[in-house]
Write a protein that binds this ligand. Sequence first.
Ligand code: SAM
Length: 240
Amino acid sequence: PPLWIQRRALVSQILKANDSHSVLDLGCGEGSLLEILLNEAGFTTLAGVDIDPAVLGMAAHNCLPTAYDKQYLRELPVDFNLYQGSVAEVDERLMGFDAIASIEVVEHLDPAVLAAFPKVTLGGYKPRTMVVTTPNADFNVNFTDLKHGTADKPMRHWDHRFEWTRAEFQKWACAAAAEYNYSVRFTGVGILTSGLGNEGVVGQCTQVAIFERLDISPNHIAAAPPKTPQHTTPYKHLGK
Ligand code: SAM
């Protein structure tokens, strides 16, 4: 299957394996992850946040119940919400989710927003699990037609601020994990079908970090973020 399908399938598997029932998808785009999580009975609270109202409109459309869903009702109801907002800010309405997913988002963030990302997610929302994916620049040697970036650092997409090597991603993720008392491990998605078979050397096409909170107590309820009265609910709720 195409890489984006493999990516969302792996993320869904990781979330299930970590016993996540509520998932906050930061930078949810057109809702490609939310759409498949909605089909899994175990996910009962889902929310998507994106900065771009146009893609949120598509997410709302893509996540509508199908005729099949109306005929065969879920075992458990699902609470589903979309918000327009930035990953640079915590919104207190979204505290307490088991897990955060952020798929192919960090490479689109300007430096100030990227710097805020671990603080908002691991430090603010404090999910038990967070899954972050991003392109693996080491794998780019397999692409001969990259049109973006510079000659020595070609990139896959015009809107990417950077593409990290495995060493760069791991350095960023390990620093974030250490700062907020999380463990982090790494995996990947996507191998070559051309038969070149150099994954052992350059890794997989997409790199994935799995953060797990170290101080888990059974009845943990995420602490509210420090209050900044004018900005506690900065996201715009776009409806259920
Ligand atoms: N996660 C989705 C997926 O895997 O299909 C979308 C990935 S898309 C490549 C990156 C998304 O990040 C876009 O929808 C973009 O609008 C969103 N984004 C960029 N900056 C953001 C920010 N500061 N806050 C929230 N979302 C942001």
